[in-house]
Ligand binder design. Sequence first.
Ligand SMILES: O=C(O)C1=C[C@@H](OP(=O)(O)O)[C@@H](O)[C@H](O)C1
Ligand SMILES: C=C(OP(=O)(O)O)C(=O)O
Length: 436
Amino acid sequence: MSHPDHSRPWTAPTAKARLDARVQLPGSKSLTNRALLLAALADGPSTLHRPLRSRDASIMAGGLRALGAVIREVPGDGLFGPDLEITPAPVVGGGAIDCGLAGTAMRFLPIVAALGDGPVAFDGDPHARKRPMQQTIAALRDLGVRVDADEPRLPFTVHGAGEVRGGELTVDASASSQFVSALLLAAPRFTEGLTLHHRGERLPSIPHIEMTLEALRQRGVVASTIGEASWRIEPGPIAPLDEQIEPDLSNAAPFLAAVVAVGGRVVLDGWPAETTQVGSMLPALLDAFGATSTVADGSLTVEATGGAIPGASLDMHACGELSPTIVALGAIASAPVEVTGIGHTRGHETDRIRALIDNITALGGRATELPDGIRIEPAPLTGGDWGAYDDHRIATAGAVVGLRVPGVEVDDIGATAKTIPEFPELWAAMLAGERG
Ligand SMILES: O=C(O)C1=C[C@@H](OP(=O)(O)O)[C@@H](O)[C@H](O)C1
Ligand SMILES: C=C(OP(=O)(O)O)C(=O)O
């Protein structure tokens, strides 16, 4: 698929007719980046079929290469690019890793670097330097690993000493579940494994921790939940695995929300029978907005009338990554919509609560900040600028609003390159009613 120049403002297409489309989406970011990391630490080569190809996935692969792994492209079925073959090697230090804006890279890779034998310098995009990192640095220091950091955030240098003993550790993962996942993923390689406890005011995105545990178990690691917010990873080898990556169900959110906005029907192919992705919550979320979702023969079908969008009050602490799309529906709903449990998304690619409120308000909408969320009151919207703030999900939220509001100009649709570089083409194909 070609990638036109998306550096100029992108006028979100307004839907002219009810949808009738079949959509196929690229691989999951969270599954791809876990599979890459575990393959790099495994005791034999692995192949990933249909991995995600995007900025975050390249950053993870590049970081693992800097730490010694050999990752090469091999021919696949070509749906969204080649497959990847990963050959592990002992973790080496001495390099530098640019984490871009990828939370998975900036939280997961420093723990892998600690297994190596020398310094690894970590940095990222300007906004990455604002994302919460103090728990990564504190956890490494508690594990006896030297970290040089002027501030408790990027940039910093991890000094691997060839071994991490592990044992028992407590972290506060209130700001991101990724602090927990990072430690669990590397823990089979700690001499004593790891007993990890979270102690803090909240724990967001628990399904992503489940995804981490499941990815470990699929590779023969003994990984268990031993309390409300405690986990145990036994030390031992990580088995190689040839795996087909599921489509990114979180990136399905705007495509499926489009049905609620416009009416008609979208069929999403490759819907897994079982999954640890938070996108599995989308059918229930969209049904709360009057849609009807059915799963049959490996596809999800979402249908809706395209009439007035009802109000809803949703606690999204488990699936904050889906909240920008749901807030976008709130902006075009006919009754108040409240999304709570998403205070931690202030530390995502941008402060998502601020970005959504500013964008909706700029179009004439009425959105207000709650201690841990957003409330949107119905108001007529007019076209205007929609800032992406380097955030793929804020950019695609603008696309959803633009389905009903003519003249929504997303300033940087290229932000979608973080996890779905094909977004503008796939969006246009859905609106054209193309059958995939
Ligand atoms: O582990 C992962 O792959 C992710 C965990 C979640 O992070 P938070 O717990 O910071 O929300 C999620 O929002 C992010 O997109 C991906
Ligand atoms: C929060 C997200 O990303 P990251 O992995 O950078 O934290 C996201 O994709 O919604």
